[in-house]
Ligand binder design. Sequence first.
Ligand SMILES: Cc1cc2nc3c(=O)[nH]c(=O)nc-3n(C[C@H](O)[C@H](O)[C@H](O)COP(=O)(O)OP(=O)(O)OC[C@H]3O[C@@H](n4cnc5c(N)ncnc54)[C@H](O)[C@@H]3O)c2cc1C
Ligand code: SF4
Length: 333
Amino acid sequence: MILFEFEHENPVLAEDAVARLHEIEAEARFMAGGTDLIPNMRIGIAKPAHVISLTRIPREPMTVGADGWLKIDALTTLSEIEHSALVTEAAPILAASAHTVAGNQIRQRATLGGNLCQETRCLYLNQQHDFQFVEPCYKRGGDCCYPFPRNKKEVCWSVYMSDIAPALMVWDADVTVLGSGGEVRMPVEALFTGDGLRPTTLNPGEMLRYVHMPPVKSHMGWGYHKSTVRGGLEFGIAVMALTLRLEDDLETCAEAKIAIGAVNEGPVKLVDTMSAMIGKKLTKAALAELADMASREINPLPHHGFSKPYLRDNIRVHLRRAMQIALARAQES
Ligand SMILES: Cc1cc2nc3c(=O)[nH]c(=O)nc-3n(C[C@H](O)[C@H](O)[C@H](O)COP(=O)(O)OP(=O)(O)OC[C@H]3O[C@@H](n4cnc5c(N)ncnc54)[C@H](O)[C@@H]3O)c2cc1C
Ligand code: SF4
């Protein structure tokens, strides 16, 4: 697992980092905290000849604008986010989801941008290849898929594991991407391809610059749950995030967003369950029915030893609990 040789650059301006990545013709990658990229380089999933480090680019402080939106530099560490009073107040689901990523030491280095741009995972991919296989799989440029042998070459069912992406989706967050033509702002959902071979829509040389979180609405509540085996320092079995808004009666659902992560090639919004929630009185029985519907709407990929029926059960149980918490928060707000 010795790291191969590569060129390393440390620009101090985001624009220079983007320009350098465009100039370099060999494979080049940005590196923020390096907590995803470096392990992937060690096991040969990423083989950049140039690494453009983003660590010297000054991080802008988090701010709430006159429009009430929270703006966060993508280079902000997850540790800073989880402990920020501003984030906890303005977008508590972001602080909660950042807190669940890996362990404290990793969160001290890992950044928000790196979390969203992380590589997908698969039990057969995240291994030192020389030991494990005689032939690389499709995602490593080879000619087979170990867990899904009937898949064609252009199909990879590796799983996108960001704990934060589903939280941003249900909060209706935006992101700003910096490319050679300048900055473009778009809904966070536009960042995800749902393709295991290439999980984000970013082109080489495009940098995730900011995340924007809209203000909390009245009678709004949120729920978040990451299922894990040990409860810490590990990737999710499944991640559930939701927001809901109540009518003035504090019982009827006016708006609902549900996103599930860590079980597909990208985070997935449960559009049928979301529309079934709207206009419904959210009694205990209704929430149980809706969570059941959600567990049938999601089509999880079996991953890391967890079967599809197990993942569905896990989502049904924990999503119902997260819905109850969201409801209570909305009624208190
Ligand atoms: C032991 C361990 C446990 C982990 N557990 C979890 C977990 O539970 N949940 C989870 O979500 N993740 C987990 N991770 C993965 C990783 O640590 C986090 O996703 C982290 O947030 C990645 O951020 P980073 O800044 O270190 O990214 P980096 O490793 O620096 O970059 C990751 C990828 O994003 C690209 N990139 C980075 N910043 C930008 C940017 N601003 N614009 C465009 N591209 C960019 C890089 O080129 C690279 O391809 C774990 C990692 C380890 C080693
Ligand atoms: S699912 Fe993707 S990463 Fe996993 S073995 Fe198949 S091609 Fe490789």
